[in-house]
Design a protein around this ligand. Structure first.
Ligand SMILES: NC(=O)c1ccc[n+]([C@@H]2O[C@H](COP(=O)([O-])OP(=O)(O)OC[C@H]3O[C@@H](n4cnc5c(N)ncnc54)[C@H](O)[C@@H]3O)[C@@H](O)[C@H]2O)c1
Ligand SMILES: O=C(O)C(=O)C[C@]1(C(=O)O)C=C[C@@H](O)C=C1
Length: 366
């Protein structure tokens, strides 16, 4: 029998989860968002099967609910759900970037019909909104699952099965380790990226031409500063327990660097830079697993005649050989994506460069 899944919060992440659920013939995907336009877009573009008029209306029909709203809204929705008269048992999950406050709220629920397994797909973008949703967003990424007081083994197994078409690696962690790790590799870097942009902005009056010179380095290190401020506000406040001590350590580290520079300690400075390089170079770029992966580039394209040959022509002109090409999610009238695979990282990088010079939007899913 088909499972009915309600996705609440049809933005970048909710829309992308919904798109992957739509690939499963055994599910019916309902969507709810406070923004009517997002719901309409989702129906028109095949992101969900149907919209519902309220969270309650969807919840009362659902076997599974995915909460994909900002973290603090997710906590409110869990509390609303707790008060609802649900006709039968419902498995609830979320996608929030912070897990301790979510699991705390979930562990306190008393509605006997609710089961809960926390979730966090570890991929995203600086974009937001349903228009940015992509079925391939989570491909080859980790998808973290966090069981709690209301989770049974079969709930975790069911979620893994339903989320199969995200093509991600499901890993179970606890909320404590989740928030600490995310603090270090996701939340705190966000603060640093924003602070670097502020520093450049403060110099803008002195050197008005400077921002024109901001090339790859500045752009690479500050891309995430372009993310949705209200979402990050929420994340940083909800994980301040982790982020504040990291900030204290960082200030000490900056002080140490300042001293090295003032003392012109080139040996210590070189060691510092080299140690960072060694660790950064050792980060896994591509995971090996059930899903074979090359050096892939995703290219957003319009569904119009000649769209694919235009892309391949541009690459041929730059002598870049494509190993494989796959069309993902093309439906009439909306943007779709091409997955281009290359043999080397160099070709992957060059492709991004030449295609973006030609006005294409590209993504590398690591
Ligand atoms: N953006 C990322 O890179 C990323 C990655 C992984 C997880 N997350 C998590 O995913 C969640 C959503 O983030 P996003 O990037 O999709 O944001 P988004 O802004 O693209 O989408 C959020 C959606 O929630 C809707 N919403 C807000 N309040 C609502 C309510 N009361 N009822 C119904 N809908 C409501 C908004 O209208 C919007 O469509 C956040 O918890 C975030 O921490 C984000
Ligand atoms: O790629 C980006 O823009 C992201 O910020 C994605 C990112 C991350 O920090 O890696 C951001 C928040 C999430 O919870 C998961 C992924």
């Amino acid at each position: 029998m088909k499972k009915t899944i309600l996705v609440t919060g049809l933005g970048l992440i909710g829309g992308s989860v919904a798109l992957s659920l739509m690939k499963n013939n055994h599910v019916q995907v309902l969507g709810f968002d406070q923004n009517e336009h997002s719901m309409e877009f989702a129906v028109q573009n095949g992101i969900i099967h149907e919209k519902v008029q309220s969270f309650q209306e969807g919840a009362s029909q659902a076997d599974v609910i995915v909460l994909a709203t900002p973290v603090s809204v997710c906590i409110q929705l869990l509390n609303e759900l707790d008060q609802m008269e649900l006709p039968s048992s419902v498995l609830v999950t979320d996608v929030s970037s912070v897990k301790k406050p979510i699991m705390e709220a979930a562990n306190h629920l008393s509605n006997p019909h609710i089961r809960f397994v926390g979730g966090h797909p570890m991929a995203g973008s600086h974009k937001h909104g349903v228009e940015a949703a992509r079925a391939h967003l989570f491909e080859n990424a980790f998808y973290l699952l966090v069981p709690g007081r209301l989770s049974r083994e079969q709930d975790v197994a069911l979620l893994k099965e339903l989320l199969e078409y995200t093509y991600s690696y499901m890993v179970t962690v606890n909320e404590e380790e989740h928030d600490k790790m995310m603090g270090v590799i996701s939340h705190f870097p966000h603060l640093i990226a924003s602070s670097l942009v502020h520093q450049a902005r403060n110099w803008h009056n002195t050197y008005p031409f400077m921002h024109e010179l901001a090339a790859g380095g500045f752009r690479d290190v500050t891309r995430i500063a372009s993310s949705h401020p209200s979402m990050w506000n929420d994340i940083l406040l909800q994980n301040k327990e982790t982020v504040v001590p990291l900030l204290t350590d960082w200030i000490d580290e900056m002080q140490h660097l300042k001293e090295l520079l003032e003392a012109e300690d080139d040996v210590a400075l070189h060691t510092y830079l080299n140690d960072a390089k060694q660790f950064r170079d050792g980060l896994p770029i591509k995971k090996k697993g059930a899903i074979p992966s090359f050096y892939d580039v995703y290219v957003d394209i319009q569904d119009q005649p000649g769209a694919i040959s235009e892309v391949t022509h541009i690459l041929a002109q730059s002598s870049i050989s494509i190993v494989n090409i796959e069309i993902l999610e093309i439906r009439e009238g909306i943007t779709g994506a091409l997955r281009l695979s290359f043999q080397t990282e160099r070709d992957q990088k060059r492709t991004q460069l030449v295609l973006s010079r030609n006005g294409y939007e590209t993504t590398i899913a690591n």
